[in-house]
Design a protein around this ligand. Structure first.
Ligand SMILES: CC(=O)SCCNC(=O)CCNC(=O)[C@H](O)C(C)(C)COP(=O)(O)OP(=O)(O)OC[C@H]1O[C@@H](n2cnc3c(N)ncnc32)[C@H](O)[C@@H]1OP(=O)(O)O
Length: 406
C-alpha cells in the first residue's frame, strides 16, 4: 500500500455496515446491539473514513454537542469518538490522515472552534494537539464505610427504579448541571449510548444497569459478583452519580455503600472534587487514582479563547505553537476585561508566553494550572509575571468535570 492508494472522505448511510465491521474489529468488540444504537448515535455525514479503493480502513466520528465553558457559557464542540484503524492496517498513518482531515474540515467549514474526546490510551492524542483538560478521581471505597456523624442524609429514601421510569427523570436532573464547566449536552440517542445495556456491555460489566433515584439525584450502577454465597464479595460499579443538592449526594453515596454483599464500591469517573471525600469518617478509606478524562483541542484558537470567561483581567500576548494547524500557529493578544469577557486577535507584538497547542487545550477549561505547566518547563515566560497573571485568569471554580460518555 502506497500513500497514493488512499483517499479520505466523509461517509454516507451506504458505508454504515462497513463502518460497523471496521470498528468492531478495531475495538475488539462484537456487539451488534450496540451498533443498532450507534446507527442513531452517530452522525454519519460527520464520520471521516480513509479508504483503499472502496475498502474502509479507518474512521473518526464527530458528534454535534455543546460544552459548558468557564463562566457558564455554552459553546458548540465537536465531540470526537469511534476513532479506529482496521487490524492489519495500523501504524501506516491512517489515524494521522483522519485527524488532519477532521481538524481541517472543522476549520474550513467554520464549525465548532473546539474539539474534544475521551482517549482509549494516553499516548495517542497529544501529537494531534489535544491536552488533558479534566480528570476523574477513579475512586474505590469499602462497602459500609462510615460517614462523619454530622452528615445530613435528609428524610427522603433512595429507590430502585426501572430504566423506562428513570430515564426521563434523570435526564431532567442531568440538565440542571448545565452551568457547571465541563457539562456536555446529551441528545436522546446519546442517553441510549451512554447507558447502553447490551448483552456485551453486561458480560464485561456484570449485572444489568441499576437505576437508584432520590428526589435530588440519581446513581446508575452495575454489580459484579465475587466471593461465595456464604462469603459474598461483590463489587458495585458506579457509572454515574449526579445530585442537585448536598443531601441528595450524601444519601445516594450512603445508599450505594450500604447495599448488602458489596465489599467495594468503585466509581471510575468520580469527580476529583467529589464531596464524598469530605463525608467519610476516615478520608483514607477512599483510595483514588487520577486518570485523564476530557481531552480538549482548540481548533480555532482565537474563537475558542474568546468564547470562555476568565477569573481575572488579563492582557497577554501568547505565542501558540501549532504546526499541524498553521492558522493557529503564531502570536495572538488575549485581552480580558473586568467582567471576565475576552477578545483574542492575531498580533505582531512580542510574545509574553510561548505555549504548545496541546498545553493550551489542557488549561482551557480552567482545571489544570498554567503555572504548573510553566514549572515543568512546558510554557516559556518572556515577560516576568505573565505566567502568574495568565494562570490566575484561566483558573475556574468549581473544578470542571465531564462524564465523557461519547
Ligand atoms: C476518541 C477515541 O475514539 S479513542 C479510541 C482510539 N481507538 C482505539 O483505541 C482502537 C484501537 N486502536 C486503533 O484503532 C489504532 O491503533 C489507532 C486508531 C489508535 C491508531 O491508528 P494508526 O492508523 O495505527 O495510527 P497512525 O499510524 O496514523 O499513527 C500516528 C501516530 O500515532 C502514534 N500512535 C498510534 N497509535 C498509538 C498508540 N496506541 N499509542 C501511542 N502512539 C500511537 C504512531 O506511532 C504515530 O506516531 P508518529 O506520528 O510519531 O509516527
Amino acid at each position: 500500500m502506497t500513500r497514493d492508494d488512499l483517499s479520505t472522505r466523509t461517509l454516507t448511510d451506504d458505508d454504515f455496515e462497513q463502518l460497523a465491521a471496521v470498528l468492531s474489529g478495531a475495538f475488539l468488540l462484537e456487539d451488534p446491539e450496540l451498533w443498532e444504537i450507534n446507527r442513531r448515535f452517530l452522525e454519519i455525514d460527520r464520520v471521516h473514513g480513509v479508504f483503499e479503493g472502496t475498502e474502509l480502513l479507518g474512521s473518526a466520528a464527530a458528534l454535534t454537542r455543546s460544552l459548558t465553558l468557564p463562566g457558564g457559557v455554552s459553546a458548540p464542540v465537536a465531540a470526537v469518538t469511534w476513532v479506529g484503524t482496521a487490524l492489519g492496517h495500523r501504524r501506516r498513518g491512517i489515524l494521522s490522515r483522519l485527524m488532519t482531515a477532521q481538524l481541517h474540515g472543522l476549520h474550513e467549514s467554520g464549525a465548532e472552534p473546539i474539539a474534544c474526546l475521551g482517549a482509549s490510551e494516553g499516548g495517542i492524542y497529544r501529537r494531534f494537539g489535544y491536552g488533558v483538560s479534566t480528570e476523574w478521581a477513579g475512586v474505590t471505597v469499602p462497602g459500609k464505610a462510615p460517614f462523619r456523624p454530622e452528615v445530613d442524609l435528609g428524610e427522603d429514601r433512595v429507590r430502585e427504579t426501572s430504566r423506562a421510569q428513570a430515564l426521563p427523570l434523570i435526564a431532567a436532573m442531568y440538565d440542571q448541571g448545565a452551568r457547571h464547566t465541563g457539562w456536555m449536552s446529551r441528545a436522546a440517542s446519546h442517553w441510549d449510548f451512554a447507558l447502553a445495556d447490551t448483552q456485551a456491555t453486561r458480560s464485561r460489566g456484570g449485572s444489568r444497569l441499576h437505576f437508584a433515584l432520590h428526589p435530588e439525584g440519581y446513581a446508575v450502577y452495575r454489580v459484579h459478583p465475587g466471593g461465595t454465597f456464604s462469603a459474598p464479595e461483590y463489587q458495585l460499579h458506579v457509572l454515574e452519580l449526579f445530585s442537585t443538592s448536598p443531601v441528595g449526594h450524601a444519601a445516594l453515596w450512603r445508599y450505594l455503600l450500604d447495599v448488602d454483599w458489596i465489599s467495594e464500591v468503585r466509581y471510575p469517573k468520580c469527580p476529583t472534587t467529589d464531596p464524598l471525600f469530605s463525608l467519610l469518617a476516615d478520608r483514607r478509606q477512599a483510595a483514588s487514582r487520577p486518570v485523564d478524562a476530557l481531552w480538549v483541542r482548540l481548533v480555532d484558537v482565537d474563537r475558542a479563547l474568546a468564547a470562555r470567561r476568565y477569573s481575572a483581567p488579563l492582557d497577554v500576548v501568547l505565542e501558540v505553537l501549532d504546526p499541524r494547524c498553521p492558522w493557529n500557529d503564531g502570536r495572538l493578544r488575549l485581552r480580558v476585561d473586568e467582567a471576565g469577557a475576552a477578545t483574542a486577535a492575531a498580533t505582531s507584538e512580542p510574545a509574553d508566553l510561548t505555549i504548545g497547542i496541546a498545553d493550551l487545550g489542557a488549561v482551557f477549561l480552567g482545571a489544570a494550572r498554567l503555572s504548573t505547566l510553566a514549572a515543568s518547563g512546558l510554557v516559556s515566560e518572556h515577560r516576568a509575571g505573565a505566567v502568574a497573571e495568565a494562570s490566575r485568569a484561566f483558573l475556574t471554580d468549581p473544578v470542571p468535570y465531564c462524564t465523557v460518555d461519547f
